[in-house]
Design a protein around this ligand. Structure first.
Ligand SMILES: Nc1ncnc2c1ncn2[C@@H]1O[C@H](COP(=O)(O)OP(=O)(O)OP(=O)(O)O)[C@@H](O)[C@H]1O
Length: 245
């Protein structure tokens, strides 16, 4: 049945990469839910900023995408998979398709740039020949050509974050999650980091970035979802950090 196969294929093609359907998350010790009745669809190739005050639920959203937390209510689909029905042994496979970047870089201090990036491929069993080919390509993509043999403590904060981005991207994930990636970086250097994230987004990788950095959000003019006390209060394409009233 060629016809029905095609329809099925098209349905999958158009499914959002991340789909939160009326999601509520309560932590046992907290009175107020960290997320309440949140519905967000993120399409393949989108760049989305998650903004909102401290404690509004941004990191909780990212942890739910990774299945590090489970919702109390609602449904979450990531890469077409219903996370409630994804067995525990399949979770590592899901996480391989999602690169993560954090405020504090989290590099291995005793490995140089090449080794930090290569490590992400070694742990998933990629052959050495493949690693020797792709790591230099990604090191160049993030703008660190010529620095592959530097140790993390020989790099600036901005350069360390580039290494972390290279490591998150070297496996060509479908989604890149970034939690305050410019939080420890000065404004001028942050612009360079955003150019790298934009370059990665242009390869087709969906980027979701939680941030407090108003200048960055305002300069990029991407989709902005604002959370307040766990609720979506704004979802704006080509948005800015603060609502212009
Ligand atoms: N592991 C946890 N156990 C209990 N409560 C938690 C836990 N993690 C987060 N919370 C609470 O859930 C709410 C949302 O927190 P979350 O970290 O998602 O917010 P955020 O918007 O990422 O904040 P920030 O910008 O400070 O990182 C807060 O009230 C927080 O105290």
């Amino acid at each position: 049945m060629v016809g029905s196969d095609t329809r099925h294929h098209n349905l999958r093609e158009h499914a959002p990469v991340i789909n939160f359907d009326n999601v509520t998350k309560r932590y046992p010790t907290q009175k107020r839910p960290a997320l309440e009745d949140v519905s967000i669809q993120v399409e393949k190739g989108e760049f989305l900023f998650l903004v909102g005050p401290s404690g509004s639920g941004k990191s909780t959203f990212l942890r739910l995408v990774l299945k590090e937390e489970r919702p109390n209510d609602g449904r979450i689909h990531v890469a077409g998979k219903d996370l409630a029905r994804l067995s525990n042994w399949k979770v590592p496979h899901l996480r391989r398709r999602i690169g993560c970047v954090f405020q504090d870089f989290r590099l291995l201090p005793n490995k140089d740039v090449f080794e930090n990036v290569a490590f992400a491929l070694e742990v998933i069993g990629k052959p050495r020949r493949f690693i020797r080919k792709v790591v230099p390509e990604v090191v160049e993509l993030v703008g660190l050509e010529g620095k592959a043999d530097r140790m993390p403590d020989e790099l600036s904060g901005g350069e360390q974050q580039r290494v972390a981005i290279a490591r998150a991207f070297v496996n060509r994930p479908m989604i890149l999650l970034a939690d305050e990636p410019t939080g420890n970086i000065d404004p001028a250097t942050s612009i360079g980091i955003m150019k790298v994230l934009d370059r990665i987004n242009r390869t087709g990788t969906t980027v979701v970035m939680a941030t407090h950095d108003a200048a960055i959000v305002d300069s990029m003019r991407k989709r902005v979802v604002e959370l307040e006390e766990g609720k979506v209060v704004r979802d704006q394409s080509r948005g800015v950090y603060g609502q212009a009233y």
